[in-house]
Design a protein around this ligand. Structure first.
Ligand code: HEM
Length: 384
């Protein structure tokens, strides 16, 4: 998509044929993401129709929005409560567990033979195991989660077929029903999971309702693994495509933490987000009418030459890499950024230290999605 982004960036804020404005400029993206007159909620879009659910559908009991789509003050309230349980300390404490799991997955891949699909063997199972562990989802249900999560993300796509939408709705219903039962179970039988911590969080007499807990757990699950899989997959493909960069990380593992920022920038797992103008307003000399969305191309902003020198080059020690917008900005800045960085670092550390001779064993195949950018298959050959 990168030549297209360049073209959009050169033309400034552009109006797409579908109606919304699009920006691929880092500065404009930053303005839009930080301006509170732009909302993440679809409610403000011109012609918005609220969804209607049939009787008995567990989604009918969910709040009208989740963290990603709520506006203040609802967003502020839920974000504060969730952050009370999802603390940096709780996340840092997960490192040994994540590393052990990563090593075990690579053991299994190694035992199966020298060639394997990096996505199926490692990039996918690692984040899903982490988020299920965090939420206290039993191991035997993880395959179900993987399938449901896969289906649910297609709803993020601007254009999906009716059949795909139908299928993803069925999965969303199943996932919401499952989480509703899990929340009820944990209310009466708490464990040491994040879900139990979320149930227990209380601030000034306020706490999350059961419906808010289900909606938050649903978001954490989907946001938590469908993105991180792409950080690991896209990152490994990028590094193997620039062998010298991979070799450098094998020799200087202390660079990996910074390299994760460059991998997030270079081939961003989330390519775009959008905001809707809640009033007529002007951005960079362009008037944006109330109710019209602006699509922020995160991938485009991450390759803006005004910020990143030679943006098409992968440089694991790029000093300005952390200025990427891959986790967005402003009030919706990714709540799981620290966890995603931790998982990405452990994944690349374990891959480089165990298989410094890792090589592509075929052509990787992309998933046909626009918002989430990643691979379905990444055939690799492992060599120590
Ligand atoms: C929000 C990206 C991993 C949970 C976001 C947003 C982006 C993003 C771009 C904001 C969208 C917007 O502004 O409209 C990513 C990427 C990840 C990742 C690239 C991995 C490489 C995670 C993980 C979790 C998580 C591991 C949790 C376990 C969330 C939540 C929000 C969010 C809850 C909503 C925050 C809010 O609106 O207040 N993420 N994410 N993400 N992410 Fe992530």
């Amino acid at each position: 998509p990168y030549p297209l982004y360049e073209d959009i960036r050169r033309r400034g804020l552009v109006r797409s044929s579908l109606g919304p404005w699009v920006t691929a400029s880092h500065a404009t993206a930053e303005t839009v993401l930080r301006d509170r007159r732009f909302s993440s909620s679809p409610v403000h879009q011109r012609g918005y129709q609220p969804p209607s659910f049939p009787l008995g559908d567990p989604r009918a009991e969910l709040p009208a929005g989740d963290l990603l789509t709520l506006d203040p003050p609802d967003h502020t309230r839920i974000r504060r409560l969730v952050s009370g349980a999802f603390t940096p300390r709780a996340i840092a404490g997960l490192e040994p567990w994540i590393r052990e799991r990563a090593v075990r997955l690579l053991d299994q891949a190694d035992a199966r033979g020298p060639e394997f699909n990096l996505i199926d063997a490692f990039a996918f199972p690692l984040p899903i195991a982490v988020i299920c562990h965090l939420l206290g989802v039993p191991a035997e249900d993880q395959d179900k989660f993987r399938a449901w999560g896969h289906d649910v993300v297609t709803t993020l796509e601007p254009q999906t077929s009716r059949a795909a939408r139908h299928h993803s709705q069925a999965s969303e219903i199943a996932l919401a029903g499952y989480l509703r039962d899990l929340v009820a179970k944990r209310r009466s039988d708490p464990d040491d999971s994040l879900l139990s911590a979320l149930i227990a969080v209380e601030e000034e007499g306020d706490s999350l309702t059961s419906a808010e807990l289900v909606s938050t757990a649903l978001l954490l699950l989907v946001a938590g693994f469908e993105t991180t899989v792409n950080l690991i997959g896209n990152g490994t493909v990028a590094l193997l495509g620039e062998r010298a960069q991979w070799d450098r990380l094998c020799k200087e593992p202390e660079l990996i933490s910074g390299a994760i920022e460059e991998l997030l920038r270079y081939d961003s797992p989330v390519q775009m987000t959008s905001r809707t103008a809640t009033e007529d307003l002007e951005v960079d000399g362009t008037v944006i009418r109330k109710g019209i969305p602006v699509i922020v191309s995160i991938g485009g902003a991450n390759r803006d030459p005004a910020i990143f020198a030679e943006p098409g080059r992968l440089m694991v020690d790029r000093p300005e890499a952390a200025r990427h917008l891959s986790f967005s900005l402003g009030i919706h800045h990714c709540l799981g950024a620290a966890l995603a960085r931790l998982e990405g670092r452990i994944a690349i550390e374990e891959l480089t230290s165990r298989f410094p001779g890792l090589a592509m064993a075929g052509t990787p195949v992309r998933r046909p999605l626009l918002v989430l950018r990643g691979f379905e298959t990444v055939p690799v050959r492992a060599a120590a």
